[in-house]
Design a protein around this ligand. Structure first.
Ligand code: NAP
Ligand code: G4F
Length: 336
């Protein structure tokens, strides 16, 4: 690992896009704990998540900006002057990406290029002055050609989101190869937490199970119960992002647990945690939640990350499910 950056006060500076999202919050906490000066890009004229970030992370400096607006990114870079940039901002909900494919491409695909170009311009004569992390995704593997998936597995995306992530991924590699930038890409498999957006299946399940357990909801309505995902804990995964930027050489890494579970398994574990063994009468399937093209099974091989970064996940599947259900029960009881 290399000691890079660190200005006159011996403190490194990081700029995060997507700071209001699940990963942005965990990453900002991690970097603050490591002594970084942390900055984040926040979009919109009155972002409803600004209060959350300012309450949870009062030491973070926020800069108005949008991934579709190059000048706002250049200003955020100029005003924060970071050693490390983490590009986590994206339209990240796969189902939504079919309904808004062009917008998804603008933010998730072209936004990555816009951020890379802004960083390149900011670096001036020294392309390695700023280290860059791109949030790539296992969704890029899509119609998987082999299992488990690793860094050289063929990319066959199945959604506008997946296609957009493939563009951002290859642009990151291209900027590394064309300009010598320290640009790395983390191919992260699904990672969850109590901060996961309620539109994603794990949080939808944990919130519903908590509400059913407390007698406040009657049923849980889902789509495809047979899809399998490699689910880890977001807090573990942001550590891997940071580790990638501490390496002397930039590279691409798969980050995963190596274990696949179905949506049905997640439902069983969540209900099991509150003492319900037979949930058949509590869950209904609705074609409304099926996708035009499904990714049936994702499971990752993170052996490169383990060997080079020394990274491995700490939180297992059952612990993750219990953590999410407990947090949603506590939130409901507290009236949040
Ligand atoms: P998330 O909770 O959905 O957060 C997405 C973030 O992107 C939010 O802060 C959002 O800001 C921001 N954003 C959206 N549009 C933007 C725009 N036009 N300009 C600037 N920022 C914008 O996602 P996450 O789970 O934390 O994931 C972080 C990144 O990792 C994303 O790029 C995602 O695609 C990728 N990824 C996630 C997973 C996973 O399992 N979580 C796996 C692989 C890759 P607002 O709050 O203003 O909407
Ligand atoms: O929770 P999901 O919406 O996550 P998905 O599509 O795997 O995407 C997430 O992980 C990607 C990494 O592979 C990220 F890049 C991406 O940004 C995002 O964080 O759906 C998981 C599975 C799918 O197969 C879906 O069809 O759950 C299935 N599912 C079944 N019923 C449902 C539902 N998904 C949602 N969101 N809602 C349902 O009611």
């Amino acid at each position: 690992m290399s000691e890079h950056g660190a200005g006159s006060e011996g403190r490194r500076t990081a700029l995060i896009t997507g700071i209001t999202g699940q990963d942005g919050l965990y990453l900002a906490e991690l970097l603050l704990a490591k002594g970084y000066d942390v900055h984040g890009v926040i979009r919109g004229q009155n972002n409803p998540k600004r209060d959350l970030v300012e309450t949870l992370l009062p030491d973070v400096t926020l800069h108005a900006g949008d991934l579709t607006d190059m000048s706002s990114l250049i200003r955020a870079l100029r005003d924060s002057d970071p050693d490390e940039v983490y590009n986590l901002g994206a339209v990240s909900f796969v189902a939504y990406s079919w309904e808004n494919a062009a917008h998804t491409a603008d933010v998730t695909a072209k936004g990555a290029l816009t951020m890379l170009e802004a960083v390149r311009l900011h670096c001036g004569d020294d392309p390695r002055r700023v280290r860059f992390y791109q949030a790539s995704s296992s969704e890029m593997f899509g119609k998987v050609e082999e299992s488990p998936q690793h860094e050289r597995t063929l990319l066959w995306p199945r959604s506008p989101y997946g296609v957009s992530k493939v563009f951002g991924h290859h642009m990151t590699i291209n900027y590394r190869e064309s300009y010598g930038m320290h640009a790395s890409s983390g191919i992260l498999f699904n990672h969850e937490s109590p901060r996961r957006g309620p539109e994603f299946v794990t949080r939808k399940i944990s919130q519903a199970v908590a509400a059913i357990h407390l007698g406040r909801q009657d049923e849980l309505v889902l789509g495809n119960l047979d899809a399998r995902r490699d689910w880890g804990f977001a807090g573990d995964y942001v550590e891997a992002m940071w580790l990638m930027l501490q390496q002397d050489e930039p590279d691409d890494y798969v980050i995963a647990t190596g274990e696949a579970h179905s949506v049905r398994d997640f439902v069983t574990a969540a209900f099991g945690h509150v003492g319900v063994d037979d949930w058949s009468g509590l869950v209904r399937q609705d074609p409304r939640f099926l996708r035009p093209a499904e990714v049936d099974r994702l499971v990752g091989d993170a052996s490169k990350a383990r060997a080079v970064l020394g990274w491995k996940p700490k939180v297992g599947f059952d612990e993750l499910v219990a953590m999410m259900v407990d947090a949603d029960i506590a939130a409901l009881k507290a009236g949040w």
